[in-house]
Ligand binder design. Structure first.
Ligand code: C2E
Ligand code: CA
Ligand code: CA
Ligand code: CA
Length: 278
């Protein structure tokens, strides 16, 4: 179709540009992977810091390769975004994540699911409809679904996204601002985009117990978040000291390698049921 034509054009004109040819190949491979259902979702447990109870999971995209290796989302999501393919991939993610969470709830686990959203997914104005469809197909209540949007991606985005987010918010979906602290951290965004959660970027959490500079910053973010009536989430918690310090600072929720890496669904459920027995 149209997009293919443009990429073929680019391919011929940048023939000597190896990076561009690699991108062309990568895009073709991504299309094929989506068609053949090669992508997988991994689930990282999210915990309530006060009692370390598992309350949900973040769905993270994985692309397994024939040789057993894994292409990291950081390597293919940027191209999926610039090519527009993220719209279809993102829809697949939404559907799969809702189905998974619904399975967990049917097994009696009271868990929520968070998915990462690209602002490109707002461009055609069909996101609300896609979300509705995913929820209905999975029979999942809207309040069980959380959407994580990266702060830096919202910068410069206009009323269009704010309006669509407001509609999603009205459905009962929770909106969370991801990677908080790395962009401009404009507080106006929190209100404008109907956020109910603020996720402190892992760059501040990874060194929280090592660097004296991070503590006042993290403390300030948590206090500000509280005074705005938002929940605070910390990602990148790798040890018990960091978990304890964040709980002390009043951070509500957390996730990190200290508890678990992103896991395939069976392993995630194994983790959850083991935690419940403790
Ligand atoms: P993110 O949304 O900020 O996700 C958190 C990343 O931190 C994940 O990397 C996760 O594996 C990693 N992480 C979690 N706990 C720890 C920890 O304790 N220590 C360290 N060092 N890292 C930790 P991952 O899975 O490689 O994902 C990278 C990024 O790719 C994500 O960052 C997100 O921006 C993007 N991404 C992943 N899945 C999707 C998706 O389905 N859609 C979209 N649009 N983006 C996605
Ligand atoms: Ca995220
Ligand atoms: Ca993040
Ligand atoms: Ca990130």
């Amino acid at each position: 179709a149209k997009a293919d034509g443009r990429n073929v054009y680019r391919f011929y004109h940048d023939e000597l540009n190896k990076a561009s040819i690699d991108k062309f190949n990568l895009l073709q491979l991504m299309r094929k992977a989506l068609k053949n259902n090669e992508f997988q979702l991994y689930y990282q447990p999210k915990l309530q810091l006060s009692d370390q109870r598992v309350i949900g999971a973040e769905a993270l995209l994985r692309w397994p390769q024939a040789d057993g290796s894994m292409i990291s989302p950081d390597e293919f999501i940027p191209l999926a975004e610039s090519s527009g393919l993220i719209v279809e991939i993102g829809q697949w993610v939404l559907q799969q994540a809702c189905l998974a969470c619904s399975r967990w709830q049917q097994q009696g686990y009271d868990l929520t699911i968070a998915v990462n959203l690209s602002t490109v997914q707002f461009r055609d104005g069909k996101l609300e409809q896609q979300v509705q469809q995913a929820l209905t197909a999975a029979a999942l209540p809207a309040h069980s679904l959380e959407m994580e949007l990266t702060e830096s991606l919202l910068i410069g985005e206009g009323d269009n996204i704010a309006q669509q987010l407001s509609a999603l918010h009205q459905l009962g979906i929770r909106i969370s601002i991801d990677d908080f602290g790395t962009g401009y951290s404009n507080l106006g965004y929190l209100r404008r985009f109907n956020a109910s959660r603020l996720k402190i970027d892992k760059s501040f959490i990874l060194s929280l117990c090592l660097s004296e500079r991070d503590e006042p910053l993290v403390r300030a973010i948590i206090q500000m978040s509280k005074s705005l009536g938002l929940k605070t989430v910390a990602e990148g918690i790798e040890d018990s000291a960091t978990a304890a310090q964040l709980a002390l600072l009043g951070c509500d929720e957390g996730q990190g390698f200290y508890w678990a890496k992103p896991l395939p669904e069976t392993d995630f459920l194994g983790y959850v049921s083991a935690e419940l027995m403790n």
